[in-house]
Design a protein around this ligand. Structure first.
Ligand code: SF4
Ligand code: SF4
Ligand code: FES
Length: 333
């Protein structure tokens, strides 16, 4: 069958342009195989990375029809199904480089910011303060299973490419780095657990910088589910923190308290308690005062709060989740 490829091509000195190629291929062929065909048979100057051709090395990640993934993993049939291409219609594959990284040429991006961000979480098991064993640090299969999910990361950059937080906040270390961070927290050989938790508890670069958009989970080709790993770190931080420790922590704790209380959030209390820190943060109060006054002037300030219907049911659900979490924690201990 004939397949149209539209490939975004550029160099740091030339504006992006779409080049079009037609490829004769079977629908079971991978996108990488088609790109090889284009390079070998039509335009040898097309630049892209590849290596293992077997979803192992992570080199061939790129945006395929708007989603960052591995070109050696996705095939034409799968993309046609995802795009809803009608039978008889010529499928069009749109290929672009990863996002959030500078383009070197065509589909090749400079991965340096990705590696630099990974380095920020010190992605190595630290045993510096421990006595070195005679042979090696042994681990049971159960202990190893604690980080099975993150162990699958092939550092392809697909999650980083789609990360909304990274797009707007260059300090945020990114989903790949935080998934690795969780792997180190879960590794019983590491001796920097407390220091790591402290550094990940950061509203800008750390876990609280994530906007929970879920994109990293949905694109990760290895099912690392970075957002789930980030949530696990957040859970650990929340368990050992109080509302006085920081605004992000207050945000989570107050939100839960208010929902437990009234079934939904009393926004007046929420802003006063989270941003105003129960009237202890004068700067915070001053920051929200103009918004409150504008809302008041426009008749949008909620002057009263009524608990939602079924708030008892909401309380019951929260209690059930807490009990289930405690049971799981005990079982794992
Ligand atoms: S977490 Fe998934 S998407 Fe992100 S770098 Fe690792 S394998 Fe790739
Ligand atoms: S869930 Fe968080 S880390 Fe994942 S892509 Fe969205 S903002 Fe980035
Ligand atoms: S070429 Fe190695 S993951 Fe695609």
């Amino acid at each position: 069958m004939q397949i149209e490829f539209q490939i975004l091509r550029q160099t740091p000195d030339t504006a992006p342009k779409l080049d079009r190629f037609t490829v004769e291929a079977d629908s079971s062929e991978t996108i990488l195989s088609c790109l090889n065909r284009i390079k070998w048979e039509q335009d040898g100057s097309l630049a892209f990375r590849k290596n293992c051709r077997n979803t192992i090395c992570g080199s061939c990640s790129m945006r395929i029809n708007g989603r960052s993934t591995l070109a050696c993993k996705e095939n034409i049939a799968g993309e046609m199904a995802r795009l809803g291409t009608a039978s008889g219609e010529t499928p069009t594959m749109t290929i672009a480089p990863l996002g959030n990284l500078p383009v070197v040429k065509d589909l090749i991006v400079d991965m340096k910011p990705f590696w630099d961000d990974l380095e920020k979480v010190e992605p190595y098991v630290s045993t510096s303060s421990r006595q070195l064993p005679e042979r090696e640090f042994l681990q049971s299969p159960d202990e190893r299973a604690e980080f099975n999910a993150t162990g699958n990361c092939i550092l392809c950059g697909a999650c980083y490419s789609e990360c909304n937080a990274k797009e707007v906040n260059p300090n945020f270390v990114g989903p790949h780095a935080l998934a690795k961070a969780q792997r180190l927290l879960a590794d019983d050989r590491d001796d920097r657990r407390e220091a790591r938790l402290e550094s990940f508890d950061n509203p800008d670069s750390g876990v609280w910088g994530c906007t929970r958009c879920y994109y990293c989970n949905s694109v990760c080709p290895m099912e690392v589910s970075p957002l789930d790993r980030i949530s696990e770190i957040k859970g650990e931080i929340l368990d050992r923190s109080t509302k006085d420790d920081s605004r992000p922590i207050r945000h989570r704790k107050v939100l839960l308290e208010l929902v437990e209380e009234g079934g939904w959030i009393d926004e007046r209390k929420f802003s006063l308690q989270v941003i105003g820190n129960y009237f202890k943060d004068l700067q915070g109060l001053l920051d929200i005062a103009p918004l409150g006054l504008r809302m008041l002037a426009n008749g949008k300030f909620p002057v009263r709060f009524d608990p939602s219907e079924g708030s008892a049911e909401v309380r019951g659900l929260i209690a059930a989740v807490k009990a289930a979490t405690q049971a799981t924690t005990k079982a794992g201990a």
